[in-house]
Design a protein. Structure first.
Length: 310
């Protein structure tokens, strides 16, 4: 980590955070053997005025993982650039364009990753829902409030497509349930196409799943959730399970069922930034990061599948 010069007060807070991270007992990733992936909705990241200390702490948290799906990245990328500077030269990012309306909330989706452990494979793009031909045009009958974002990566012998999403909010739970269902169908369609880049898919994001029906819709196409991420609370208020990491891997041994929620801060920490308890979430977030461990040495399983196929 490249935090640079810190004042004494900031250094003390950073050490406090490091102690809290240590207490989580996160497993270590191993080159060409395993990686830690995470998803974090960082509230209005790039919009509000975060303190320098907040950016140091965000970088420290992201730096515990090898690939992080960042939700709610906004149009201004200045804070992200600062965080990448603190993470150091081995870190990089791919991100989507802005959805420029109130439904899209001027948000982006991003993957921040450590190039020593994970390599970007070239594919990146926002999701396009199915279209139908109407006269001379191809028109989408329905859309996502914020288009999902896909990027292809490889680590060790494991190639995968990461898909990030921030699904709709709003008063209508019926409309939200419908978008969750359509998202699951869209990912399933992409996975089943004959010419997909890779059939190993990891889905990240904030799905605003508030009811059992919404959770069921998200999993309706057979996506799996690491056991450690079942029935958890992912918001700062510790009331909702909005954030998920899902998978539908070709190589079944890739997912270890190790994972968890990083409850590293609370409203009691508002004094770190000189703000009210209610404004703590605008310095760090109103969501906690969630993580999962992925095994990336798939050579043996590939050979076993080849042998069984014959």
């Amino acid at each position: 980590m490249f935090h640079g010069d810190l004042d004494v007060a900031s250094a003390k807070v950073l050490r406090e955070l490091q102690d809290r991270i240590k207490a989580l007992n996160l497993p270590s990733s191993e080159l060409d053997e395993s990686i830690l992936v995470a998803s974090w909705n960082i509230r209005a990241f790039g919009q509000g005025k975060r303190t320098p200390l907040a950016l140091h702490l965000i970088a420290e948290i992201i730096g515990q993982f090898d690939l992080v799906s960042v939700v709610e990245l906004r149009e201004n990328l200045g804070d992200l650039s600062t965080v990448l500077k603190y993470l150091g030269p081995y870190w990089s990012v791919v991100y989507s364009d802005v959805t420029e309306d109130y439904g899209g909330n001027w948000e982006r989706l991003a993957f921040v990753y450590d190039k020593r452990a994970v390599q970007f494979s070239g594919l990146a793009g926002s999701g396009i829902p199915p279209r139908k031909r109407v006269g001379e045009e191809y028109i989408g009958a329905e859309s996502f409030w914020r288009p999902p974002y896909s990027a292809a990566f490889c680590s060790g012998s494991f190639d995968f497509v990461a898909i990030a999403a921030h699904l709709r909010w709003g008063d209508s739970q019926t409309a939200r349930l419908d978008e969750i269902r359509r998202f699951a169908e869209w990912v399933d369609f992409k996975m089943r196409r004959n010419k997909t880049v890779d059939t190993d898919i990891i889905v990240f994001g904030d799905f605003n799943t508030e009811t059992p029906e919404m959770h069921a819709a998200l999993l309706s196409k057979g996506f799996k959730m690491p056991t450690a991420l079942v029935d958890i609370k992912t918001t700062l208020a510790q009331q909702q399970h909005y954030d998920h990491i899902l998978h539908n891997p070709e190589f079944l041994k890739s997912f270890t069922n190790e994972g968890g929620v990083c409850k590293l801060f609370s409203e009691d920490d508002a004094h770190w930034f000189g703000v009210s308890r209610a404004n703590l979430s605008f310095q760090l977030s109103d969501h906690f990061p969630i993580w999962a461990k992925v095994m990336v040495d798939t050579d043996a399983e590939k050979l076993d599948q080849l042998i069984r196929g014959n």
